[in-house]
Ligand binder design. Structure first.
Ligand SMILES: Cc1cc2nc3c(=O)[nH]c(=O)nc-3n(C[C@H](O)[C@H](O)[C@H](O)COP(=O)(O)O)c2cc1C
Length: 217
């Protein structure tokens, strides 16, 4: 039986992204977020407008999307109640946020120079996407939706299907945020007809033939 439930939160499970952006003093800010999705070479990012990150991206027109692996959960969690914005909103103050300009050091993450944009990448993230801002618009009363274009992708060889330009979905283990809790180690369920239609290499085989088997390799 379904009940009508006035849900307070719609965070059904999305990958955690560490967004690097450039502060007004030229240093790199780092912020965890999970309201992100991709289509083609574009990504949409949903961010609270009072945060430092959207302000940095709107001012500079660029950022890096560092996709956090499940094993980085402790480092990500250290960033959870930090902001690079020196003036805290009343809501952030109540929630327990504090201003922190040295996010890489506090989290125990390593900055790595980018090729085409100014903010540093995060070495510990196997997938790092250098991006430029395309457009933005208000999203509800307090948020900003930023559309960005991926201009360069850096992928650690450990998660690439050898000899291809594809990420191996069995090797890439994203950190997932579901209703404000962290999840990882997602297991394949069944063969996907979308993957078949796209002729994706290294497709996961139907569950009946064994979880994790591939149709080609
Ligand atoms: C796992 C995780 C996911 C988050 N997802 C979002 C999000 O999707 N959008 C958002 O505005 N804030 C999100 N936050 C909160 C931001 O990290 C927070 O607003 C922070 O102040 C941003 O840093 P900044 O102010 O330096 O930009 C998330 C935090 C964590 C720990």
């Amino acid at each position: 039986m379904h009940n009508v439930v006035p849900l307070k939160v719609h965070y059904y499970g999305t990958p955690v992204v560490l967004i690097s952006s450039t502060n007004p003093d030229g240093t790199t800010n780092l912020a965890p977020m999970s309201s992100a999705w991709w289509l083609g070479d574009r990504a949409m990012l949903g961010l609270a407008s009072v945060s430092r990150t959207p302000q940095n991206i709107l001012r500079t027109g660029e950022c890096v999307l560092n996709l956090a692996p499940a094993e980085s959960v402790e480092q990500v969690d250290r960033l959870a109640l930090l902001t690079g914005e020196p003036v805290l909103s009343p809501r952030k103050r109540e929630t327990g946020y504090r201003y922190e300009p040295r996010k890489f050091e506090v989290a125990g993450l390593t900055p790595q120079e980018s090729d085409l944009v100014r903010p540093d990448r995060v070495r510990e993230c196997p997938i790092q996407l250098e991006c430029e801002l395309v457009t933005s618009h208000d999203f509800g009363a307090t948020c900003t939706a930023l559309e960005v274009r991926v201009v360069r992708s850096h992928v650690d060889e450990s998660v690439v299907i050898p000899g291809t330009a594809y990420v191996d979905p069995l090797k890439w283990n994203p950190l997932i945020m579901k209703f404000c809790d962290f999840f990882g180690d997602a297991q394949p369920l069944t063969a996907s007809r979308l993957a078949e239609g796209w002729s994706m290499p290294g497709r996961v085989a139907a569950a009946s033939t064994g979880v994790g088997d591939r149709t080609s390799e």
